[in-house]
Design a protein around this ligand. Structure first.
Ligand code: AKG
Ligand code: FE2
Length: 206
């Protein structure tokens, strides 16, 4: 059977937001979801908010090159070493992204695991200083299809949803983190979802 060419869809012109459906083929995306579910060292850290401790409403894992250190509550952490399947996916994502943003590279990834529609991620932008002034973030979605909600910081335009089908790749280009925030809101959608948000962390002193 022949495959239609995979093409990036432009969701926003400025700042640039694109999605590539079917970045991963059917068998591969199902196998990857299953494998990552079983083999990633998932953690559910606890955050303290107004003096009360809450486990985050999802599981996560930071992974990447040893130099891609990140800061969290005043401490610098090294990521978990690459899982071979995630490293292979990073290479594939890099070559797919190169069609839109030549030269963009990734040295780390945040993996998020949402058990069901109740698990979530609140409003934020991926604008930590170690990501540099104009981060490029490429997000692979596996499993249950849940929309990513965006809102403009200026509030001049209304919020909007971006669908994230199983096996799709969402590309947030330069300016997206500065001008918008995003969230994975709770939804009555059953089923496991795993996302992988590839980033480039600038090396920093340990
Ligand atoms: O799971 C998602 O789709 C969102 C993940 C996200 O925003 C992040 O990892 O920064
Ligand atoms: Fe994010």
């Amino acid at each position: 059977m022949s495959h239609a060419p995979r093409t990036w869809q432009r969701l926003l012109a400025s700042p640039p937001l694109w999605r590539l459906d079917d970045a991963l083929e059917t068998g591969r995306r199902d196998a990857l979801l299953d494998r990552l579910d079983r083999e990633i060292p998932w953690e559910t850290p606890t955050l303290t908010l107004y003096g009360r401790r809450h486990p985050i409403p999802r599981a996560q894992c930071w992974m990447g090159d040893a130099e891609a250190r990140y800061r969290y509550s005043g401490t610098s952490f090294s990521p978990t070493p690459w899982h071979p399947a995630v490293l292979a996916l990073c290479d594939q994502v890099t070559s797919l992204v190169a069609r839109q943003l030549p030269g963009a590279t990734f040295n780390s990834v945040l993996l998020n695991r949402y058990q069901d529609g109740r698990q979530r991620m609140g409003w934020h932008a991926d604008d930590e200083p170690e990501l540099g002034p104009e981060p490029v973030i490429a997000a692979v979605s596996l499993g249950a299809e849940r929309p990513l909600r965006f809102r403009w910081r200026s509030r001049l335009h209304g919020p909007f949803n971006v669908a994230q089908p199983h096996g799709s790749l969402l590309l947030m280009g330069p300016g997206v983190q500065a001008r918008l925030q995003h969230a994975l809101l709770p939804r009555a959608i059953p089923g496991l979802r795993i996302s992988l948000t590839f980033r480039h962390v600038l090396p920093s002193p340990a």
